[in-house]
Design a protein around this ligand. Sequence first.
Ligand SMILES: NC(=O)c1ccc[n+]([C@@H]2O[C@H](COP(=O)([O-])OP(=O)(O)OC[C@H]3O[C@@H](n4cnc5c(N)ncnc54)[C@H](OP(=O)(O)O)[C@@H]3O)[C@@H](O)[C@H]2O)c1
Length: 410
Amino acid sequence: MTGTADGRVIRVALLGSGGSIGRQAVDVLARHADMFRVVALATGTQRAVLEEQARRLRPAAVSLAGNQAGRHGAAGLDLPTGTEFVAGPDALEVLATRQDVDLVLVATGGLVALRSVLAALAAGKIVATANKETLVAGGHLVMPMARELAERTAAATGNPRDPMASPLGWLRPIDSEHSAIWQCLVGESPAAVERLWLTASGGPFLNATVADLETVTPEQALKHPTWKMGSKITIDSATLANKGLEIIEARWLYDVPLAAISVVVHPQSVIHSAVQFADGSLKAQLGTPDMRLPIQYALTYPERRPSSAAAADLVAAGRLEFRAPDEGRFPALRIAREAGQAGPRASAALISADEVAVARFLAGTLSFQGIPRLLDAAVQTFGAGQPAEPPLADLIALDTEVRAFAEAYR
Ligand SMILES: NC(=O)c1ccc[n+]([C@@H]2O[C@H](COP(=O)([O-])OP(=O)(O)OC[C@H]3O[C@@H](n4cnc5c(N)ncnc54)[C@H](OP(=O)(O)O)[C@@H]3O)[C@@H](O)[C@H]2O)c1
């Protein structure tokens, strides 16, 4: 195969290239080198990883956000000839809006890339995001831009069925649940959608009692039964905060009310999520728990290509189980849903508080059960303020305020 269906090579900026999603994205991009050219790479602190990725992919530009960039500058990095080093606080935005970039893949954690996502969409780039914080805190800013790009495409092509005439053509989810829902929605009328079903593995404490949860250690919480991910999202999976964030993420991506989004615990992680339609039918997407699959779908959409991930095998999967989530033992799910109902300000407070809560749990200064307590306190304290739909500058200011609150929380 050579290039996309129209023979074009898609030029990619990868933000967060050294992380769990970032490294898997590098594998997918390298495997389909005929279809993609990596133009820009950015990571936070992992200098050696960035150098190795730059040698492998020969991007036009890279950036390293952490202190090491300040100490060594471009001269301290061993980069291939022709690879420019971009420094400074706007580095991600500079990379994401380069003229030679078609698609920006967001694999950073937290809110660090929100400004560059907005800038990329304003510059007419496609954004594929694994980062859920972008949507949970900034869905009210991001989705109208994706919708406008889709409307412009529909007007230009005169074809409402053009894949890029959908907001999902411009703002592509990589989270496996949201990718599954996206895949289920292809070819369906939005008016026929009755309910979205997000599946949750249940994490390592699926069968734990409330008393067990009081003594959970970081080491126990980091052992996810089915997915291998970065530590923040692994802890979020153990508290079910991750599923709560995904409810809010789904509400923005698919423009459905929160009340029409349900969670079902499915410990095998074979069904990645499902959509229920007006006739009661359920359409689900199944696959092995391997993030290279949703990363690849977001990159090659609407094409499908062979993947290095193992193919789904129903016989090997054997029994598939489902049960309702227990919000009594896992209150973070309820707190997140309530934050989603309260609006973007409350969701943004939730995100910022959760970043600190997880970091504190991993550092030993907050208990596992302290995480939902802190989340609840932050949403109660900051969620009801004004403006309810904060612009970017207010979101960033709120992030600083909530983080200080969460650090001081006892
Ligand atoms: N991992 C998964 O399977 C998975 C699944 C679904 C969704 N997600 C979502 O995807 C996002 C990334 O998750 P992850 O597990 O891949 O996290 P991760 O392993 O912690 O990776 C985060 C990456 O962001 C980089 N970074 C941080 N600050 C940066 C900055 N200012 N500029 C450039 N890069 C910066 C880090 O750089 P350094 O490491 O170099 O410091 C790292 O490469 C999260 O929002 C998560 O919720 C992840």
